[in-house]
Each structure stands twice: as structure tokens, then as C-alpha cells.
Write a protein that binds this ligand. Structure first.
Ligand code: F6P
Length: 326
């Protein structure tokens, strides 16, 4: 086993439920192997600004069940600058930190991968984003909790939608990925889903809404935010021009999707991923992302995360449509 004195851990990009469970697992596994742990404040910003916090066994007590991230997070543009990365490396070396663990999404891994190669610093990435849109892993920490948040919100919207026989356009997050939308739509019995990947024509919504209104039935249409059409408000404007919005309402779920106590699945995966990151570092591994494939925790080259993801479970779309023919 490689001798590692100290490691640092940071969370980067959008926070996701389960990040704290992962920080706990990393810290406790490291302490078990007699490795010191520093938490970096606010992602890569903390590396540059020299903001580190030593993490003891008890510092990570009672955080497993909390949403968000106790370390803070950010999207750090400065880290794209080689001079800033040099400052970050100098700060790490001053504290005798031999390795870094980055919990975040593909954007965070891109910066981490460059940094690792530039300074020959061992880095392990752990996928943490509600979007579940990272290539090379079936799962990212936070996805399950966000889905539960969305499904619960849609259940509530359904109560009022059915009382008024209304159509709701429910916008969910996803950062140009329809994975959250597709899974949430299938599990909440939505009548239609719009995914940016499909580039579908808006006339599809028009037909669906006309049929729902003709039947005097409520309907839920899940729309993933994305560059192609924007979101639910844009679809509403389109329908307004067609004179179809009398019984249509918009609900943008927003950041409530990202908050709250992590689900069982997120706590467990976060705990498994965190410990595995320490195991890999002790084996002298670097530039890897912890991943899960067919239920098994494994790892991939960090560079694989840079490739575009293909949405999984596209067959859910057929299912949603099959079960919602008016
Ligand atoms: O990547 C996670 C995510 O929640 C996306 O789904 C969403 O597009 C984005 O972050 C929102 O970012 P912010 O919180 O910075 O508005």
C-alpha cells in the first residue's frame, strides 16, 4: 500500500443530496488508514484561496442524513487559468496534501483531470449530481433523492390538476439532459415528457393537450429544462399563441428538487463511493472516477466522463406513451 500522509476533499458544481454522506465516508475511511483529511471550502475556489478545514472523525458525525454539502460548493471559472491552478497546487503542498478527491459532475472532473496531469497529483473523482448525466457510470449521487422530490411534487400537482381538469407543464432540472425528466415522468404517471435529446416538435404537446381538454381530463407534461426549447414557460407561450392555455398551468419545480435528506440509495452509494476512493488512492491509482455499472462499484478513467452521455432507459418513453393514450 502506498503511504499517503494527507488528502483533501472538495465538492464542486451543483450540490446534491448524499454529498455529506460521501464526505463522511471518505473522512472515516481515511482516518481508519491513518491518513489526515482536509475539507476544501467552496470547491476549487478553496484550493485557490487557501481555504482548508481539517476534518476529524467527529467533524463528520451527524452529517450523513443532511442534504447539501457541509464544505460548500461552487462553479469555479478561475480554475481554468493555469496560473490559478499553480497557486492551488502550492497551497496543497504547503499542507503536505498528497492526493485530492473531487465530488462533482463532468465539468468538475475536466478541471481535476488537467490538474492531476499538470502536477502529477493523484486525483479520484466521485460522481455527484442530481442530473445522472455523467458518462461511464449508471449512477450519480443525488439522483434518487431528486427523483423522489420530483415525484412527490408531481403527486401534489396532480391533486389540484385533477380537481380542475387542468393540464400542468411541470419543468424539472437536468442541465440539458432529459434523464431526470424521463425517470420522473415514468414513475409519476405523467402523460407526456419532453427531453432535450429527442428534439421533438412542439405540435406533439398541442395534440396531447387538445385530447386532454376534449376529454375534460387532467394531464401532467414533464418538461426538462434545456437549450432547445428553454422550458415550461416557453412551451406555455407556444400554446398561448394557439389559444390553448385556458386550462394550462406552469409549475417550475426549481431548486426544491436538489434539497432534502438523501434517500437510502444515495446514502448507501455515497458511502460505498467514498470508501472506494480511499482504497484506490492507497493502491496508487489516480485519474479515475468511481462508477457503478450493473450494480457493482468499479472505476473508469476520468477522461471517460468528458464524453457525452446517452440517456438510459429510453424505453420508458414508449411506456409513458403507451399508458397515456386518451
Ligand atoms: O447540475 C445540477 C443542476 O441542478 C442542473 O440540473 C441545473 O441546470 C443546474 O444545476 C442549476 O444550477 P444553479 O443552482 O447554479 O442555478
Amino acid at each position: 500500500m502506498l503511504k499517503i500522509q494527507n488528502i483533501a476533499v472538495l465538492t464542486s458544481g451543483g450540490d446534491s443530496p448524499g454529498m455529506n454522506a460521501c464526505i463522511r465516508s471518505i473522512t472515516r475511511a481515511a482516518i481508519y488508514h491513518e491518513i489526515g483529511v482536509y475539507g476544501v471550502i467552496d470547491g476549487f475556489n478553496g484550493l485557490i484561496k487557501n481555504e482548508f478545514k481539517p476534518l476529524s472523525y467527529h467533524d463528520v458525525s451527524n452529517i450523513l442524513q443532511r442534504g447539501g454539502t457541509i464544505l460548500g460548493t461552487a462553479r469555479c471559472k478561475e480554475f481554468l487559468d493555469p496560473d490559478q491552478r499553480k497557486i492551488a497546487y502550492t497551497n496543497l503542498k504547503q499542507l503536505n496534501i498528497d492526493a485530492l478527491i473531487v465530488i462533482g459532475g463532468d465539468g468538475s472532473f475536466k478541471g481535476a483531470s488537467i490538474f492531476s496531469q499538470e502536477f502529477d497529483l493523484p486525483i479520484i473523482g466521485i460522481p455527484g449530481t442530481i442530473d445522472n448525466d455523467i458518462n461511464g457510470t449508471d449512477y450519480t449521487i443525488g439522483f434518487d433523492t431528486a427523483l423522489n422530490n420530483i415525484v412527490q411534487a408531481i403527486d401534489k400537482i396532480r391533486d389540484t390538476a385533477s380537481s380542475h381538469h387542468r393540464v400542468f407543464l411541470v419543468e424539472v432540472m437536468g442541465n440539458n439532459s432529459g434523464i431526470l425528466a424521463l425517470n420522473a415522468a415514468a414513475a409519476s404517471g405523467a402523460e407526456e415528457v419532453f427531453m432535450p435529446e429527442r428534439q421533438e416538435d412542439l405540435t406533439l404537446f398541442e395534440d396531447k393537450i387538445k385530447r386532454a381538454l376534449a376529454a375534460n381530463k387532467s394531464s401532467i407534461i414533464v418538461i426538462a429544462e434545456g437549450d432547445q426549447i428553454g422550458g415550461a414557460k416557453e412551451v406555455y407561450e407556444y400554446l398561448k399563441q394557439k389559444g390553448l392555455t385556458d386550462k394550462v398551468r406552469v409549475s417550475v419545480l426549481g431548486h426544491l428538487q436538489r434539497g432534502g435528506s438523501p434517500s437510502f440509495k444515495d446514502r448507501l452509494n455515497a458511502t460505498l463511493f467514498g470508501e472506494q476512493a480511499i482504497v484506490l488512492l492507497l493502491q496508487g491509482k489516480s485519474n479515475l472516477m468511481i462508477s457503478i455499472t450493473n450494480g457493482k462499484v468499479t472505476s473508469q478513467n476520468l477522461a471517460i466522463a468528458e464524453k457525452a452521455t446517452q440517456p438510459k432507459n429510453m424505453d420508458y418513453l414508449k411506456l409513458i406513451r403507451k399508458l397515456s393514450v386518451y
